[in-house]
Design a protein around this ligand. Structure first.
Ligand code: UT7
Length: 341
């Protein structure tokens, strides 16, 4: 699907990582793996995991607060009129987590819903929120990607344990009558292929294999991923979707200042950059410190790149993500003049 947006700008950015940092060495103490395997196969050195009792909504509230502050808004009624939360790890199977996040931020009776597009969730949430703004249904939206993958990982699965981390990132989108200011969302591309649904899945706990009777196999209650096949799909889909956006905007690879890809694996990021003809130095990488944070990945990478001074006002930024479903999406924007919190 193609979504054309014009008068929507990114006006605030916030992020939050739970304090507990899990190093590769710590994982090696309980799993049959090595720091050398993890760093060479993925590029990840450490990740953050939420402690017991901490839920996705708790991280989302922190990131949401910070994004509102970055946009110069007080958390309270009238700050935004829409909250869209992308997550694979909602606080409960029912209801959605976003109404609770909106309430805890004191945002009043705003529209609030969750998006389940796994690691592409943040791009899907951007598309949904910007479409509401373009349609005149909202003036300002809080878009959050938040995850606690540590709650769905099979403790015995070394492949997923070394990859995934917890965290949250959020942006504020606003109708932008002044289209000369940097920060405009310029284009979005979304896609899916449900024939690959089994490549990334939690088999049980939904209506197909219920959590109650007959009691599911314990392993089916955890997140599973067919890494090798996902790797190839991730490279191909992110490259093609990014190219679609570049072609529509008439941007050559040299006109992309920063490629901010879903932080799944540094080898995937490098392959996508190579496929697009973008130098690897122009690909933002923070997965070495946060791992794969799924729907939180893109806003956490943006926050990292903005804090390091890499993202400067007016820079041309290409976002791209791939995840379970299968789903994928890309977006282009110019970087706004904001201070991330
Ligand atoms: O976020 C949504 C999208 N997700 C992704 O894009 C993830 C995509 N996939 C990947 O990043 C990679 O496929 C992985 C990091 C998951 C795996 O890397 P790989 O290079 O594809 O490894 P592999 O699955 O082919 O496994 C190679 C070997 C196997 O051993 P044998 O069969 O060759 O003896 C695995 O059993 O590495 C073994 N292995 C490990 N060894 C040490 C798998 N995980 C580990 C581990 N430590 N943690």
């Amino acid at each position: 699907m193609t979504v054309h947006t014009t008068p929507v700008a990114l006006v605030g950015l916030g992020s939050y990582l739970p304090p507990q940092r899990i190093t590769n060495e710590a994982l090696c103490e309980r799993l049959d793996t090595t720091d050398e395997w993890i760093t060479t196969r993925t590029g990840i050195r450490s990740r953050h995991w939420a402690g017991p009792g901490v839920a996705t909504g708790d991280l989302a509230v922190e990131a949401g607060h910070r994004a509102l502050k970055s946009a110069g808004l007080e958390a309270g009624p009238g700050a935004v009129d829409l909250v869209v939360l992308a997550t694979t790890t909602p606080d409960n199977p029912c209801p959605a987590t976003s109404p609770d996040v909106a309430a805890r931020l004191g945002l009043g009776p705003v529209a609030a819903y969750d998006i389940a597009a796994v690691c592409s969730g943040f791009i899907y949430a951007l598309a949904a929120a910007s479409a509401h703004i373009v349609a005149g249904q909202a003036q300002r939206a809080l878009v959050i990607g938040a995850e606690t993958y540590s709650t769905i990982l099979n403790p015995a699965d070394r492949t997923t344990n070394v990859i995934f981390g917890d965290g949250a990132g959020a942006v504020v989108l606003s109708a932008a009558p002044d289209s000369d200011r940097p920060g405009l969302l310029l284009d979005l591309d979304l896609g899916s292929d449900g024939t690959g649904r089994d490549l990334i899945t939690i088999p049980a706990g939904g209506s197909r294999q219920r959590a109650t009777t007959p009691e599911p196999d314990a392993d089916d209650c955890y997140f599973t991923m067919q890494g090798k096949q996902v790797f190839t799909q991730a490279v191909n889909r992110m490259t093609a979707s990014s190219q679609t956006v570049l072609d529509r905007l008439g941007w050559g690879a040299g006109e992309v200042d920063w490629l901010v890809g879903h932080q799944a694996n540094v080898r995937i990021l490098n392959a996508v950059a190579r496929g697009l003809g973008i130098p690897a130095e122009r690909a933002v990488v923070n997965l070495d410190r946060v791992g794969n944070t799924s729907a939180a990945s893109i806003p956490l990478a943006l926050a990292d790149a903005a804090a390091s001074g890499a993202l400067t006002p007016g820079a041309r930024v290409l976002l791209t993500a791939f995840g379970g479903g299968l789903t994928w999406g890309s977006a282009a924007l110019t970087w706004p003049d904001i201070v991330p919190v």
